[in-house]
Design a protein around this ligand. Structure first.
Ligand SMILES: [Zn+2]
Ligand SMILES: [Zn+2]
Length: 225
């Protein structure tokens, strides 16, 4: 038994069953996001595809958030943020793969390239753990997708929590760059990944950066919304 098992005994965050942080029963019970919404206007849209009238050269093609930000998924995501439980990332990723294999938007089927939203290096070091990167890499592995850590954050931002919509937008303006050493295949469909969709400002800014680089198809995937 490691020190982490002692501090955070491995039990389901929902029903307290031992051996996993997110048991199969609680995965099955977790509230899936419904209806899916267009990432631009956040109104209902089939398969989370961006409405034709909402499209612009910089908007994502679609959005899929697996769960509603409530109950067990929310508890797990918060634990990951503040408690450094890396094993919980594994169980969360398994839950996502399970749900994706049951049903997912047409655009998520088949091969995808998953790109995580990066943390500013200083914050990542301090926490020692970038959950979007870790969970994203595990999801990619389990789904047989490609994983590319393509984006770097160029400046630290204030914590988004507590900022209003407009403040959030200006807070993230121009914060991403593309890793210059990675060879880009612009024909690939990119699935940007983050833990939670709140206002979407971070994911939209990352989409803008990728589109400016020449990627034509950029979709967003989050654990919850
Ligand atoms: Zn459970
Ligand atoms: Zn729309």
């Amino acid at each position: 038994m490691g020190i982490l098992d002692f501090l955070f005994p491995k039990q389901c965050v929902g029903c307290k069953k031992g051996g996993t942080y997110f048991c199969h029963d609680c995965v099955a019970r977790a509230k899936r996001t419904f209806p899916l919404v267009c990432p631009v206007c956040e109104r209902a849209s089939i398969d989370g595809v961006t409405h034709a009238k909402c499209k612009s050269g910089v908007s994502p093609e679609g959005l899929f958030s697996v769960w509603e930000y409530t109950g067990v998924p929310r508890k797990l995501i918060i634990q990951l943020k503040y408690k450094f439980v890396e094993e919980a990332a594994c169980d969360l990723a398994r839950g996502v793969s399970l749900e994706l294999s049951k049903s997912c938007p047409y655009w998520l089927k088949g091969k995808n390239t998953l790109v995580p939203i990066p943390l500013y290096w200083r914050r990542e070091n301090w926490r020692g753990f970038n959950q979007a990167k870790n969970v994203g890499e595990l999801i990619a592995q389990q789904m047989g997708w490609e994983f590319k850590d393509l984006l770097v954050r160029t400046k630290n931002t204030k914590h988004q929590v507590g900022l209003k919509g407009e403040e959030r937008k200006t807070n993230v303006g121009g914060i991403f760059q593309i890793e210059k050493w990675i060879v880009l295949n612009l024909n690939k469909k990119i699935v940007l990944f983050d833990d939670v969709w709140t206002t979407g400002s971070t994911l939209k800014e990352a989409t803008k950066t990728l589109k400016a680089e020449g990627f034509a198809q950029v979709y967003c995937l989050t654990l919850a919304r």
